[in-house]
Design a protein around this ligand. Structure first.
Ligand code: ADP
Ligand code: ZN
Ligand code: MG
Length: 495
């Protein structure tokens, strides 16, 4: 790229991602150690994941299955046979001094993923997605990566299955990146291969360059345009959230554009995203592929996955399910979207909708339940063991045994805050809709006790009825139906 000042309107932002996602498996990818991140540091280790001489890796079938499912979900080609390679580099979190990864025939090739952004639909090409082992984790004590007093290493993470998803440089803004990551996460969670709540389960390396577009329109940027322009790019590391990706790339975009505007060259380098300071910092000049001395992992034979793609089934994916919910249950776009936000929510909704009216099910799952959970910073998975109780609550409303207001404000909240069962709360709080005799008694008592209001009513002061309704509601502890009370009062007063 020429180091000459350029008009800003001719510049286009080009971004490509390398997304590392931890696959959720019980055990590590090449040994039987647990992947539980909550265990004490350096307790889930063995000769294989510590890289002791002579230890031999064995592939975890569950990790391969997860990778094949991801491949199916992004419409990737899955080869007949896939192989593993060693990527050589030296780093304290990498006990073997090489990482087992994949090189020229990764398990997923040429996929794509569509996602909504700013009211539009975009799609980016996924060049490849390969399996590899996570390194251990470093904990810098007393400062950041550059200022710490010392650094601790934990090999529990070493060997956790990772999938690295590499996109083509198809993104044109940091906002698109964020939207893509949200969709990717959604799909991975639907597949049941990923836990977004796990710390560090998603890490992004983001490549960004600024391309001079004086001769081509921004939507015409393709591989050959990029090859001709051959812009210097930076790779930003240490991004661990969707929002972090957007922020880091916005910073990097501005930094590079400013440099170019002032006629300065952008260095080709690796930069570190400092989340707390909100800046990217130069780390080192970017490694090149030849630095890694890739060679075949001779301890792992080629893996035939030809028939796995046929054998393994994946669930209906969120977009398809959203569409089906709109058609099958007549839901609004917003409701369908909320109800398919995670597979657990969608499954539960369909469960409730199979027993009760779909509108009632949608209201109770999308609005009431998700609203109350959100307010408490809880997830649907936190109440998975209480689905029966929540269905019972919906049943109480459906059967008109309690008012919707009481169901929401007293029963549901009580269930979530105190873990009580719905019937228990209804009983204890006397919320059962008072019907028949009890309401009749309360109506008669209200009339007897309030002769002034009664005569006001007879004198044509219709507002007096509201006072009497209030009296009856008070006597029945708010559990009578106000409309019903109003009707009964008028009937009684007309006698
Ligand atoms: P390298 O071999 O230098 O790692 P790759 O071609 O393998 O480069 O691409 C690595 C990542 O960089 C991919 O995610 C790709 O989309 C992205 N990338 C490639 N060219 C550009 C560019 N000009 N601007 C931004 N990202 C790019
Ligand atoms: Zn191990
Ligand atoms: Mg590369």
């Amino acid at each position: 790229m020429t180091a000459q000042a350029v008009e800003t309107e001719d510049l286009a932002t080009v971004i490509g991602l390398e997304v590392h996602v931890q696959l959720e498996t019980e055990t590590k990818i090449f040994c039987g150690c647990s992947t539980d991140p909550s265990d004490e540091p350096n307790t889930n280790t063995c000769p294989v994941c510590l890289g002791l001489p002579g230890a031999l890796p064995v592939v975890n079938e569950a990790a391969v299955e997860a990778a094949v499912k991801v491949g199916k979900a992004v419409d990737a080609t899955i080869p007949e046979e896939t192989t593993f390679h060693r990527k050589n580099y030296y780093y304290p979190d990498l006990p073997k001094n090489f990482q087992i990864t994949q090189y020229d025939d990764p398990i997923c090739q040429d996929g794509e993923l569509a996602f909504p952004v700013g009211g539009e639909r975009r799609s980016v090409d996924i060049r490849r997605a390969h399996l590899e082992e996570d390194p251990g984790s470093l904990q810098h004590v007393g400062g950041g990566i550059d200022t710490a007093d010392y650094t601790l290493v934990d090999y529990n993470r070493a060997g956790t299955p990772l999938m690295e998803v590499v996109t083509e440089p198809d993104f044109r803004s940091p906002g698109e990146v964020r939207a893509f990551l949200a969709k990717l996460t959604e799909v991975l969670e639907y597949l049941g291969v990923f836990d977004a709540g796990r710390d560090g389960s998603l890490r992004v390396d983001a490549n960004l360059s600024i391309v001079d577009m004086s001769d081509v329109a921004a939507d015409e940027i393709d591989a050959s345009v990029l090859e001709d322009a051959d812009p210097n790019r930076t790779e930003v590391k240490n991004i661990s959230s969707h929002r972090g990706a957007e922020k880091a790339l916005t910073y990097e975009e501005t930094r590079q554009r400013n440099a170019i505007k002032r006629g300065r060259a952008v260095e080709q380098e690796t930069r570190h995203w400092d989340e707390s300071k909100g800046v990217t910092l130069s780390m080192r000049s970017k490694e090149e592929e030849k630095d890694y001395r890739y060679f075949r992992e001779a301890d792992l034979p080629p893996l035939r996955v030809a028939d796995w793609k046929e054998r393994l089934e994946i669930p209906e994916l969120p977009d398809a399910r959203r569409e089906r919910f709109r058609e099958e249950y007549g839901l609004s776009a917003e409701a369908a979207s909320k109800l398919t936000s995670t597979k657990e929510v969608a499954d539960f909704f369909e469960d409730v909708a199979s027993e009760f009216d779909a509108d009632l099910a949608a209201t109770w799952v999308a609005d009431e339940l998700l609203g109350e959970l959100n307010y408490r910073d809880m997830q649907i998975t936190d109440v998975a063991d209480r689905f029966d109780e929540i269905e019972r609550l919906v049943e109480l409303v459906a059967n008109d045994e309690i008012t919707a207001k009481n169901a929401r404000e007293t029963v549901l909240r009580g269930m979530l805050d105190d873990r009580d069962a719905p019937d228990e709360i209804v009983e204890r709080e006397g919320l059962g809709k008072t019907s028949g005799d009890a309401v009749r008694d309360a109506v008669e008592a209200a009339i007897d006790e309030n002769p002034d209001a009664v005569s006001d009513y007879h004198d044509g002061e219709d507002g007096a009825i509201n006072f009497l309704v209030g009296q009856v509601m008070q006597k029945t502890g708010g559990s009578a139906d106000p409309g019903d009370v109003n009707r009964r009062l008028r009937e009684e007063l007309a006698r």
